[in-house]
Design a protein around this ligand. Structure first.
Ligand SMILES: [Zn+2]
Ligand SMILES: [Zn+2]
Length: 350
């Protein structure tokens, strides 16, 4: 019997299959033997050894791009080695000035993305982050507002010169999402590889690393810990705590008030947290109130949490005003929390 070739991976110009196997084939992502379920990564990923230094990344980018596209983000020595850039501060609402949730934690010249909402690549470009540096992302959960930029993050930096595969660290389900995206864009990848367009054969690949709570990543610059948050009916929703050489950054993800967030944020330099205005929520229908109270955190709840956690700086993103003004929401939070509060906006740097 002759078996058909079901491998839909793009071929190189020489006909060899490239990169990770497609959906349904044996995956590069570890699976528990005999169960068909995906195996959680037990050891922290140490992907940093393959991280490209900025100079190399820029050089690669500049080979493919006009000079104007090759600028690096200006560094401010006064800010130390770590910068936090709000790439997207929004929600599912398509507010033109607020792109989908995405945060860049930049240590020296290495970029660690947290969530990949719509607009992530264009906001990264606006922030001056070189495309080849966009090769690792931590996903808090698989809600579309946090992941709808994943195809863009996979393909656009590759088209513009990224040769490193995209590493995605996230909850169970991340691998399937990555595999389906690669299958969806297989024809695009094939045309770019086999046509006249100069293209490297590796940067289109997505390597998913499904993780559980605990330390999930470590390299010479950062240690990253995932913690489980309470996001309604999501079985797997995480926040991430980044420990860098000079700062501790916590991105809480989407969550209702959570002791896990409180524990992770104690002593953090920056806590990035979602919020919905209680006064606005109280005017919504019972159904919407039930949803938001199970999935999200209100202004007074966030104020109480931040008053206990006492972060160096509380940065709001994923803000649902629900008819409130910013001042109303700010008042709800500062009723209990007296520390530094920043109403986050796209492209703000901390
Ligand atoms: Zn969300
Ligand atoms: Zn969500």
């Amino acid at each position: 019997m002759v078996c058909g070739d079901n491998d839909r991976r793009p071929r190189s110009r020489h006909g060899a299959r490239l990169g990770a196997p497609p959906v349904g084939a044996a995956s590069a992502i570890p699976r528990a033997a005999g169960t068909g379920t995906r195996e959680r990564t037990q050891e922290p990923h140490r992907l940093g050894s393959s991280a490209q230094p900025l100079a190399r990344a820029l050089l690669a980018a500049c080979l493919a791009l006009p000079l104007s596209a090759c600028r690096a983000a200006p560094s401010d020595p006064a800010q130390g080695r770590t910068r936090v850039i709000l790439l997207g501060s929004g929600t599912p609402n398509p507010e033109p000035e607020r792109h989908g949730p995405a945060t860049a934690i930049v240590v020296d010249d290495v970029v660690y993305l947290v969530d990949v909402g719509p607009g992530v690549v264009r906001r990264a470009a606006a922030a001056g982050l070189p495309m080849p540096a966009l090769n690792r992302a931590f996903v808090t959960h698989l809600h579309s507002d946090h992941t709808a930029g994943l195809a863009d993050l996979l393909l656009t930096p590759w088209v513009l010169g990224r040769s490193a595969p995209l590493d995605v660290i996230g909850p169970p389900g991340s691998a399937a999402m990555g595999e389906h995206l690669q299958a969806a864009y297989a024809e695009d990848v094939r045309i770019r590889l086999d046509g006249l367009e100069p293209a490297n054969p590796t940067g289109w690949e997505l390597r998913a690393h499904e993780v559980g709570p605990g330390e999930v990543y470590r390299d010479e610059r950062v240690t990253v810990e995932a913690f489980t948050v309470d996001h309604g009916s999501w079985e797997h929703a995480y926040g991430y705590r980044f420990e860098t050489p000079d700062r501790v950054i916590v991105v809480a993800g989407d969550t209702r008030p959570s002791d896990a967030v409180l524990g992770a944020a104690r002593g953090a330099d920056v806590l990035i947290h979602e919020v919905i205005c209680e006064a606005g929520l109280a005017e919504r229908t019972p159904e919407w109130q039930a949803y938001h109270r199970a999935f999200h955190t209100t202004g007074p709840q966030l104020g109480a949490l931040a008053a206990k956690a006492r972060p160096g700086k509380l940065v709001l993103h994923h803000v649902l005003l629900s008819g409130c003004t910013e001042d109303q929401l700010r008042a709800e939070i500062t009723d209990a929390y007296r520390g530094e509060l920043v109403f986050g906006r796209d492209l703000q740097v901390f």
